[in-house]
Design a protein around this ligand. Structure first.
Ligand SMILES: Cc1ncc(COP(=O)(O)O)c(C=O)c1O
Length: 440
């Protein structure tokens, strides 16, 4: 049972505390009093340092769409490791993955690889500034886009600082440069008229508008068609670039979130599933923008973009196989499993008579332990983060699932992977129902 001070994980955490701040290199994998330590994994199953088996519903925060150690991806990595792991020359593998991405993602005509979603978003924002010669970026309040400076603005602002709901304050976290807050315009999610006004107001200084088509921190809140159409229209009018962060939302379908929404952004940041489980990021977009900024043939490119491990052959080989495996049928199957889980959780909430709201799309499912509807970041704060009872229920549910062989993301995120079966989903639903009943 977790927590257990005598466990191997507890001992490993004690050891980690001596050499890593808070015992940690990635705050998103910490949970109190100590995280469980992973040892091995196969498909959708993981084993911890104490030999406990669990179903993995985090899938490395969505990157592992084929679960762990898919045999074809492992074989591709092994083959590539025997040939070449990293080199200061381009390789065939980079072209092959770029071909797959550009053939699937409508608005990505050309692409450049880097090593994380954080880098991809950072380069997309720099690209927008370099292309337009303007300083400001607009982003959604509460949306997470990695840890670069502009991307970190107003990810989790507190009510005292967040300002007017229709013109949110720009709240820069510690460690960002002096111009960061001033050069970031914060938009409320899906609020069409308020955002139209803000884009027009900042128009002449606006380099780009950054949007995640499915905001995880808002319980996988999808952007509405009306909202993204407005963003497309207004960015064109003011001469700013529309930037989609599809690091997560590529899971929305074979053609990504932009395919699902029917909108063509100017630039797209990618990551997670395109790397077959290895570290990856990519920035892509319109050919004219990409060549104007990055083409090195006429001397130094306008926007320098090096990176010792960019387009590294191991990631490229793993990514190619992973994307090839991910055909339209896999997306449909994953969506059906996601729907089974969403429906099942809704029924479980009714049976257990406990508050809760189930959201998400395709292979991403979110259970918030509150009945209040969530539209914007401020709703998440009032119904979840600032609600002591909802927080307590979320913590209790997380622990119940952990102690019943299911690892989910706190406060109630489930990310699906292709090795999961209907029987796995039904098993999880049974455990979820027992957990919810224990709270009623
Ligand atoms: C929407 C979005 N953008 C960017 C990032 C950052 O990606 P990475 O963790 O690879 O740096 C994430 C990570 O979860 C994300 O969800």
């Amino acid at each position: 049972m977790y927590p257990d001070p005598q466990s191997q994980s507890a001992a490993l955490y004690e050891r980690a505390l001596k050499v890593l701040p808070g015992g940690n290199s990635r705050h998103t994998v910490f949970f109190p009093p100590y995280p469980i330590y992973a040892v091995r994994a196969k498909g959708a199953r993981i084993w911890d340092a104490d030999g406990v088996e669990r179903l993995d519903f985090i899938a490395n925060y969505s990157a592992l769409i084929h679960g762990h150690n898919h045999p074809e991806i492992v074989a591709a990595i092994q083959r590539q490791a025997e040939q070449l792991t990293a080199i200061s020359l381009p390789t065939r593998e980079e072209i092959a993955l770029a071909e797959i991405i550009t053939s699937r993602i409508p608005a990505v005509e050309q692409v450049r690889f880097c090593n994380s979603g954080t880098e991809a978003v950072m380069m997309a924002l720099r690209a927008a500034r370099a292309y337009t010669g303007r300083p400001k970026i607009a982003k959604i309040e509460g949306a997470y886009h990695g840890s670069s400076e502009t991307a970190s603005v107003s990810v989790a602002p507190s009510p005292e600082a967040w300002g007017h709901p229709e013109a949110p304050a720009s709240v820069a976290p510690p460690g960002t440069g002096p111009g960061t807050a001033a050069d970031t315009v914060v938009l409320p999610m899906n609020q069409v008229e308020a955002c139209r006004k803000l884009i027009r107001q900042h128009g002449p200084e606006l380099a780009g508008v950054l949007i995640d088509p499915l905001v995880k921190n808002l319980g996988y809140k999808p952007a509405t068609r009306e909202f993204v159409s407005m963003l497309r229209e207004e960015t064109r009018k003011v001469g700013a670039l529309l930037i989609f962060d599809e690091v997560y939302s590529l899971r929305l379908g074979f053609h990504g979130g932009q395919g699902a929404l029917g909108v063509a952004p100017d630039l797209t940041a990618l990551g997670k599933i395109i790397g077959g489980g290895l570290p990856v990021g990519a920035v892509g977009g319109r050919r004219d923008i990409m060549t104007t900024l990055f083409d090195p043939r006429k001397g130094s490119p306008k926007l320098g973009h090096g990176g010792t491990f960019n387009a590294n052959p191991l990631t490229m080989a793993a990514g190619r196989v992973s994307m090839e495996l991910l055909d339209e049928a896999s997306f449909e199957r994953l969506s059906a499993l996601g729907e089974r889980l969403r429906q099942g959780l809704r029924e479980a909430l009714k049976i257990a008579k406990v508050p809760g709201t189930v959201g998400g799309a395709t292979s991403m499912v979110c259970l918030f332990h509150s009945d209040a509807p969530i539209e914007t970041y401020r709703d998440v704060v009032s119904t979840m983060r600032g609600n002591v009872q909802a927080q307590a229920r979320a913590g209790q549910f997380f622990r119940h699932m952990l102690n019943n062989g299911v690892l989910i993301g706190a406060p109630g995120f489930f990310v699906l992977s292709t090795p999961l079966t209907e029987a796995d989903i039904d098993d999880v639903l049974e455990k979820a129902l027992a957990g919810l009943r224990a709270m009623s």
